[in-house]
Design a protein around this ligand. Structure first.
Ligand code: FBP
Length: 552
């Protein structure tokens, strides 16, 4: 922790996050259990793979106090994957929650993500440490990492390290893949009668870990507010200078929730939604034409400027690229050694190109070399393409520029097209959590503690009714297997939590399509400004447009 803290950080340290009513008296709760559950899809396979965890009921915490623990509990916590605003408040919530179960309970943070558990790198998180991090952004209290916890050897090492510290419960704070692995770990320990509970918490700025029970992942709210502030600032510049088209790529890996939310907050002239591209089977050429038409139309009204939002994962949703990436994933998984041994870039690209099917090779060959290379970069430990490293905004700006040149030659377009390129991702991942994320995260951590208190494992902490004031929030736990289906990863079928993509029939998307034509031709920009932490509730206690419209 730095020796100097900003005035805002100092003032923010005393913010007391709000809790759902059922947790107001502490984490010793009374629970209500629902019916036996199934899985999102492929129920038979999931049941086979998770015989102990499959079918567990949904748990709701009820108002009133349950029994406190007779003995203190030692808990381990892991931050997994990309940073998301509010992680420190989840940890503070776990800490305060387990102390309310028994004042001598202890919290250990595994350092640097899941690898900390395997390599026994940890630090005890005492109240002095926790107090310095309350309501702050970042994951720096213990660090995060992308190591995949999936082998029995790792599970065994984790067991040994936990038992040495007398840890009887682990909380994994992560996205869909990390929570999938938390469930594998929970199942393994239950099958081997290892007395360690495993609880997950839904984290990711991408907003794609959500379903009926998990209304949103934490960090999405704050990250989208930061990006929307920046987009609004750029819009005001674009509208003042009137000479640039700004192509802005927005983080969010696969789903376009971030792009959609930012579009709803700021009203850009163009916002591409990957899921729509996939549904309409739009080719790269279709997308370029669509964008060029909007540029030309605005130019026709003398508006040679604009703002276009491009979701990070777009390329994976364009059908011809989807097929190419899937072939590349399998190819690079199976031929990793040969590929690594090739010394020059051109040798690597030729090797890959020769192994591709005719159609994919055609698409691959049509791309600039830098994009070809970006598509062949190392996958992340979960087998995903690292889409944040693919310069889609550059590719599109160049292709739209070329299309407009052609139209100019044909006399169809007379405007000017100068671009500025941006990529917003890291700017928002560690921002100080908004009031919403500060409250939500603390409540998630507290719920995780409550689930530990009632002896549950293989559950994800859940806080619902989020568009209402916290005084009406409902908290509980959802069996992780309930959110799973089978998907192809690294060339194999694996059980994973189903990713939530943008729904075409959902309120946020319907609201967007109702307005986008007007936004494209007019300059109807909204300037949201920075997140407000102090002041009237109507500016400080907002929820995302996505949540509002989903629950409307
Ligand atoms: P998680 O799914 O782990 O929360 O990561 C989110 C994310 O920010 C994505 O939006 C982005 O594609 C990725 O992480 C970038 O990861 P890294 O910083 O490791 O390159």
């Amino acid at each position: 922790m730095s020796s100097t803290i900003s005035p805002l950080q100092k003032a923010r340290a005393s913010y007391k996050p709000k809790l759902p009513p059922a947790l107001k008296n502490g984490a010793a709760v009374i629970i209500k259990e629902g019916e036996k559950t199934t899985a999102m899809a492929d129920a038979g396979r999931i049941e086979q793979l998770f015989p102990k965890s499959y079918g567990s009921p949904v748990i709701t915490f009820e108002k009133g106090s349950g029994a406190k623990l007779q003995k203190p509990v030692n808990v381990g916590v892991i931050l997994s994957g990309g940073q998301a605003p509010g992680g420190h408040n989840v940890i503070a919530g776990i800490f305060d929650g387990i102390k309310s179960l028994h004042p001598e309970s202890r919290l250990f943070g595994f350092i640097g993500g899941p690898s900390g558990l395997v390599d026994n790198k940890y630090k005890e998180l005492t109240s002095d440490i926790i107090d310095q991090y309350r309501n702050t952004g970042g994951f720096d209290i213990i660090g995060s990492g992308r190591t995949k916890l999936e082998t029995n050897e790792q599970f065994e090492k984790g067991k040994e390290n936990c038992l040495k510290l007398e840890i009887s419960a682990l909380v994994v704070i992560g996205g869909d893949d990390s929570n999938t692995n938390a469930c594998l770990l929970a199942e393994y320990y239950q099958q081997k009668n290892v007395p360690i509970q495993v609880i997950g918490c839904p984290k990711t700025i991408d907003g794609d870990l959500k379903n009926e029970w998990i209304e949103t992942s934490f960090g999405f709210d704050t990250a989208c507010r930061v990006y929307s502030e920046l987009i609004g600032n750029i819009m005001r510049d674009a509208n003042s200078a009137r000479k640039y088209w700004h192509f802005i790529k927005l983080m969010g890996r696969s789903a376009s929730h971030i792009g959609l939310e930012c579009a709803l907050q700021t009203h850009p002239n163009i916002a591409l939604i990957s899921e729509e591209v996939a549904a309409k089977k739009q080719t790269l050429d279709d997308i370029v034409s669509l964008m060029a038409e909007i540029v030309a139309k605005r130019a026709g009204s003398g508006l040679n400027f604009g703002v276009a939002l491009i979701p990070e994962g777009l390329i994976e949703f364009i059908p011809e690229f989807k097929a190419l990436i899937s072939e590349l994933n399998d190819l690079l998984a199976h031929e990793a050694d040969t590929f690594a041994k090739l010394s020059s870039i051109s040798e690597k690209l030729v090797f890959v190109n020769h192994k591709l099917s005719k159609d994919s090779s055609y698409v691959f060959s049509s791309l600039p070399q830098d994009i070809q290379l970006q598509l062949c970069l190392d996958r992340d430990p979960h087998g995903n393409v690292q889409v944040s490293q693919i310069a889609t905004e550059k590719l599109l700006a160049e292709m739209v520029g070329q299309r407009l040149m052609e139209w100019k030659t044909e006399g169809k377009y007379k405007g000017k097209f100068a671009t500025q390129l941006h990529f917003f991702g890291y700017e928002g991942r560690c921002a100080a959590p908004s009031n919403f994320d500060a409250d939500y995260c603390y409540s998630l951590g507290f719920s995780a503690a409550a689930l530990i208190g009632v002896g549950k494992s293989g559950y994800m902490a859940s806080v619902r009714h989020l568009t209402k004031p916290a005084a009406e929030w409902a908290a509980g736990g959802i069996p992780i297997t309930m959110m799973m289906n089978m998907e192809r990863r690294h060339g194999e079928d694996k059980p994973v939590i189903q990713k939530a993509l943008v729904k075409h029939e959902g309120g946020p998307f319907l609201n967007f399509i109702k307005n986008r034509i007007m936004w494209s031709v007019e300059t109807d920009y909204v300037y949201p400004g920075p997140i407000q932490y102090f002041g009237p509730t109507e500016v400080c206690d907002l929820v995302t447009k996505t949540l509002e419209l989903e629950q409307a």
